[in-house]
Design a protein around this ligand. Structure first.
Ligand code: SF4
Length: 178
């Protein structure tokens, strides 16, 4: 069965910077839970950040790809550089996905880690820019398709298009058919 990586805050885990969750009760998510398809991840907590924590944005709204290339950084509203924690969290998310054979992710929109359609512009003024968070960018660069909580149906269609047959690996002593 195809598994899907999902932002922990959408699953009701209180891991956001402000100590709250963003639980979704979307019917597709409820079904995925029943089907045991979900691999939860909070990249920022996985990267070593605490709950609660100061809000952070990517400098210049440059996007996760720029952070991964070393061309931008992630800073808190107090000016503390938290780039390393964001990069670590992205790497944990990717290694978790690869270890479980995950090819699809549904992540919280707008986050400097999880955003896939937009992020904030680095001024902490609420202004948005089109772009990806750091984790979403790393997952996409590895070929994992990233959707947001505004795209549950699209994500479900894509997930099902991948098929549910597990990879068939013949046992060592099983005669192979040619
Ligand atoms: S890093 Fe992602 S999973 Fe964690 S709280 Fe932020 S949006 Fe949710």
């Amino acid at each position: 069965m195809q598994l899907i990586l999902v932002s922990a805050c959408l699953l009701g885990e209180a891991v956001r910077y402000n100590g709250l969750d963003r639980r979704s009760s979307h019917a597709v998510l409820v079904r995925w839970i029943e089907e045991r398809r979900i691999v939860p991840i909070c990249p920022e907590v996985a990267g070593g950040l605490l709950v609660p924590r100061p809000p952070a944005e990517i400098v210049g709204g440059a996007g996760g790809g720029a952070v991964l290339r070393g061309a931008s950084t992630v800073v808190t509203d107090g000016g503390v550089d938290v780039t390393d924690a964001f990069r670590r969290g992205a790497e944990v998310a990717l290694s978790t996905a690869l270890a479980r054979g995950v090819r699809v992710a549904l992540l919280k929109e707008g986050s400097p880690s999880c955003g896939s359609g937009y992020i904030y512009d680095g001024t902490f003024s609420g202004s948005r820019r089109d772009g990806l968070g750091v984790t979403a960018a790393l997952l996409q660069s590895a070929g994992i398709r990233v959707f947001s909580e505004h795209q549950f149906e699209d994500a479900d269609r894509y997930l099902r298009s991948l098929g549910d047959a597990p990879a068939v690996v013949p046992a060592e002593d099983e005669p192979r058919r040619s």
